[in-house]
Design a protein around this ligand. Structure first.
Ligand code: FAD
Length: 483
């Protein structure tokens, strides 16, 4: 992604890009669910959506279904889209809260087209008129990330990127500044450059092994530290959403692609052994496994500086937050976008790196808060892991956000961060964290008028779903047609 993004922007400026990869090390081989922003990345590169979906075996994604998070037996969908529509400038959820407090039992999901479409396994592309209830939503993809990497490698090479197969084993640093002048490969080849982008995965070959930048360990908040992943045959209809099911010592993902389903169990090894986690994963697959399960180890957190000297860490080398909300690929995209905007000249003004680090720190903080919300907005106390989250001291930013919400449904806005208010509404209400009050401006109409308006939104949402094709049929038709 980084080579592709940079080659698109800098190819014509005489900046040469060399990509070093090691087949013997390989890639992490997971990461299949994304956020809607990836569409803008692909659009910027000029990649045709149909071709992309064909080549990466992608499906459409309307959101994530969370099962057993608020309490055992609960489920809700975090959709990529608003609930209802603001009424006279007031967010819709305040009117929903008013109905609730007046003794009605409205289901917030009934006012969300993407939730209703996902529940019915239906999909259509949003139309041009975002005032239309069946068009006011976003969507992402579930895809084979190895195939995506292959597509982007070809894309980058076509735009002048040189790819070198080899393992970086050493580097030469300027004795005064510590800046890297060149890296050395196992076969003795030296590669000199002005700027090095470390995309070496969890190893952090340059940012950590060489520069010893340091790591902010966030295990105190997000203690899951392992995952076991396996692919299985798809059973049942083609689903336009990812599922995350809470388990005793973590949670399990299910990501439906065109040709198979990705599955994994993310867990805290303090409360479950690797063997037991693998056993639980394998015994809950919906179709036969296509390979042996793969074990992964990680520590939640991020590098103290994602840009240090002339090295910028992008991807897992920069940090990792569990894939509960499919955020890692998005953080890569944020890294690339910020690097393009702050691309240094040969003087390496410290302010570029400082601004880059400030932005990326905020992006990581925001994702951390949102993930942690899933673990603390819950009534679950049935296992040791769930009890661990009770009475936890939260990051101040999250504590303030929850307090403001609980009072009257107000959502403090973050300066930076991928998740907008509707996402917070989805998880908070989905996990039964319902405010005691609401915005007084929601009292602007009579009960009868409010019921009329909300019923109309519900009816329109349902009608739009009735007119929407099945996801599988739409997808087959879409990728089958010429691009
Ligand atoms: C369990 C799990 C589930 C995930 N699920 C999701 C998800 O659903 N959605 C999402 O957005 N993200 C997800 N992610 C994150 C996602 O997988 C990664 O962000 C993404 O794959 C990018 O990884 P990477 O390129 O940083 O690292 P890697 O895939 O590890 O690639 C590292 C590259 O560096 C090369 N390399 C390493 N060392 C050297 C060396 N010494 N010399 C030369 N080359 C070297 C390797 O050959 C490889 O090409 C998940 C991660 C995990 C662990």
């Amino acid at each position: 992604m980084t080579a592709a993004g940079l080659s698109k922007k800098f190819n014509s400026l005489g900046i040469s890009i060399e990509l070093v990869e090691s087949d013997s090390i390989g890639t992490v081989g997971v990461g299949e669910a994304t956020l809607p922003h990836i569409r803008f990345f692909n659009n910027t590169l000029g990649i045709d959506e149909r071709k992309f979906m064909r080549e990466t075996c992608a499906t459409f994604k309307l959101g994530i279904e969370f099962c057993d998070w608020g309490k055992l037996g609960d489920s809700y969908i975090h959709p990529f889209g608003d609930y209802g529509q603001p009424i006279n400038g007031v967010d819709f959820h305040h009117f929903w809260l008013r109905l609730l407090q007046n003794g009605h039992k409205p289901r917030l999901d009934d006012y969300s087209f993407p939730v209703l479409a996902a529940e019915s396994a239906k999909f259509q592309l949003p139309g041009p008129n975002s005032l239309n209830i069946g068009s006011n939503f976003g969507y992402a993809y579930q895809f084979d990330s190895n195939l995506y990497a292959r597509l982007l490698r070809r894309y980058s090479e076509e735009r002048g990127v040189t790819r070198t197969e080899g393992k970086a084993v050493d580097a030469v640093q300027n004795p005064e500044t510590g800046f890297i002048g060149s890296i050395q490969l196992e076969d003795g080849t030296n590669i000199a450059a002005d700027l090095f982008i470390d995309c070496s995965g969890f190893r952090g070959v340059l940012i950590e092994q060489l520069l010893e930048t340091g790591y902010d360990d966030w295990s105190e908040w997000l203690p899951c530290n392992r995952a076991v992943a396996v692919q299985s045959e798809t059973a049942g209809p083609s689903l336009p959403y990812t599922r995350a099911t809470a388990r005793d010592a973590g949670w399990q993902w299910r990501i439906p692609l065109q040709h198979r389903t990705g599955n994994g169990y993310v867990y805290w090894n303090k409360y479950i052994s690797d063997d037991e986690a693998a056993h639980q994963l394998m015994s809950t697959l919906e179709g036969p496994a296509l390979a042996d399960p793969k074990q992964l180890y990680f520590k939640t957190g991020k590098r103290r500086k994602l840009w240090n000297k002339n090295v910028v860490a992008i991807g897992l080398s920069g940090g990792f937050l569990e894939p509960l909300e499919s955020t890692s690929i998005h953080l890569i995209q944020e890294g690339i976008t910020s690097l393009i905007e702050l691309f240094p000249d040969s003087t390496f003004a410290p302010s570029d790196a400082e601004e880059y680090n400030r932005r990326m720190d905020l992006n990581f903080d925001r994702v951390r808060d949102f993930l942690l919300l899933h673990y603390v907005a819950t009534q679950r106390d049935d296992t040791k892991m769930w009890r661990h989250f009770q009475n936890m001291t939260l990051p101040k930013s999250l504590q303030e956000k929850i307090e403001a919400w609980q009072e009257r449904g107000y959502l403090l806005r973050y300066e930076q961060g991928v998740f907008l208010p509707p996402s917070w509404v989805a998880v908070m209400t989905g996990q039964n964290l319902v405010p005691v009050g609401y915005d007084p401006r929601a009292d602007q109409m009579s009960d009868a008028e409010l019921l009329d308006k909300t019923e109309a939104i519900k009816r329109d949402s349902r009608l739009a779903v009735t007119e929407t094709p099945d996801h599988g049929a739409f997808l087959a038709d879409y990728i089958g047609s010429a691009s």
